[in-house]
Write a protein that binds this ligand. Structure first.
Ligand code: RET
Length: 249
């Protein structure tokens, strides 16, 4: 094993170690929390557990990869996102209050968009910094990103949310803003991590260790967007269960 010499390396090492712990314990927490919500919303909590379990595995792989000083494999991160991002949108539909007849079609649309967003981001991520390929794939991936956000704020999910007031309406509104803010970190980190990108140049990041920034940035965003977002989903599922007369086990 090579020594981790710089403070940049230590920062990445610690961030990955923290993420393994956060994801693993959240996996257990969501598994045992299923009985707190009525059967109608259990699939959402199950999906939170799946998301955190998948992430715990991938962060463990990234942590070991990094600690061993092996050549960096960005594929772990994208494999994780490919599995977890469609689940994140699917669990949102479960608690959103979209009519049952519409829910499965909507889940498919959003999950496919999420999949394509990640799949088209990957070739850009591994392309050379500042290359045309890096920016073209970024633009293609952004189209799917914007489509998902559009759906949450104006499309079918947006419409469903409009009709919901009170505590549940407020919680759902918070959920989509948390999604908006945490998900926006990814394309920004992508641009900052590409030291030749217009954004990195504009704020003078060329001289910085951009791979540290991108890895730590993605890690913080992942902890907020998976276990953190899962807490909001659980809160909505509990509120809906109560409103429908379910008694917590
Ligand atoms: C990429 C490539 C560049 C363009 C865009 C991207 C978006 C990534 C997103 C990832 C979300 C991940 C989550 C993970 C888990 O918890 C792929 C960086 C738009 C939005 C929420």
């Amino acid at each position: 094993m090579e020594k981790l010499v710089t403070s940049n390396d230590q920062l990445v090492y610690n961030a990955f170690s923290f993420a393994v712990a956060a994801m693993a314990i959240s996996f257990v927490y969501y598994l045992v929390s299923r009985s707190r919500v009525s059967p109608a919303y259990r699939s959402a909590v199950t999906m939170s557990a799946m998301i955190c379990g998948i992430a715990a595995y991938h962060y463990w792989r990234m942590f070991s990869n990094f600690a061993d000083g092996a050549p960096w494999n960005e594929g772990y991160r994208y494999a994780d996102w490919l599995l977890t991002v469609p689940l994140l949108v699917a669990e949102l539909v479960v608690v959103s209050g979209v009519a049952k007849e519409k829910a499965s079609g909507l889940t498919t649309k959003l999950a496919v968009a999420a999949l394509l967003m990640i799949a088209t981001g990957y070739p850009g991520e591994i392309a050379e910094s500042g290359s045309n390929a890096s920016m073209i794939w970024f633009a293609i991936s952004m189209v799917f990103f914007v489509y998902i956000l559009w759906n949450l704020f104006a499309g079918e999910v947006g419409q469903a949310l409009k009709g919901q007031s009170g505590e549940i309406g407020k919680k759902l509104n918070n959920l989509r803003y948390v999604l908006l803010v945490t998900w926006s970190v990814y394309p920004i980190a992508y641009l900052l991590g590409d030291s030749e990108s217009f954004l990195a140049k504009a704020i003078g990041l060329e001289a910085m260790d951009s791979s540290t920034l991108i890895q730590v940035g993605y890690t913080i965003a992942d902890v907020l967007a998976k276990p953190g977002y899962g807490l909001l989903i659980l809160g909505i599922a509990i509120a809906r269960s109560k409103a429908e007369g379910y008694k917590e086990a």
